[in-house]
Design a protein around this ligand. Structure first.
Ligand SMILES: [Zn+2]
Length: 116
């Protein structure tokens, strides 16, 4: 079980990551907006612009997903349920939390979950 000090450290990592993602999402929104604003002179340019926006969109979606997981982890810290596997209610190893601070499952459950 992660102790208070370890949880504090992980909380700092989570908050830092959250801030970076928020900044990234804002940054890609700005660049999509500027792409939309730029005039498309021919078909080729248009294809370039839309495929870039598409890629930006996928990256943004992944980041929003990660952001939600970080939010859940931060809520868990407040409620005192952080670091407990959602599947088996066992404590998640500190090593695993350090590698992935918003992990919801312990290593054995994660393997089962991924195999299914
Ligand atoms: Zn588990």
């Amino acid at each position: 079980m992660a102790n208070t000090k370890q949880i504090e450290e992980l909380k700092i990592i989570l908050l830092d990551r959250k801030e970076k993602i928020n900044r990234n999402i804002q940054g890609s929104r700005d660049s999509i907006d500027s792409l939309k604003d730029s005039e498309c002179k021919d078909e080729f340019d248009y294809a370039e612009v839309s495929s870039d926006s598409f890629k930006e969109g996928i990256i943004a979606n992944q980041q929003i997903k990660e952001l939600n997981e970080i939010e859940d982890a931060l809520k868990g810290i407040e409620k005192g349920t952080y670091g407990i596997c959602e599947m088996c209610d066992e404590s998640i190893a500190i090593g695993r939390l350090r590698a992935k601070p918003f992990a919801k499952f312990c290593t054995p459950c994660r393997e089962i979950y991924e195999a299914e």
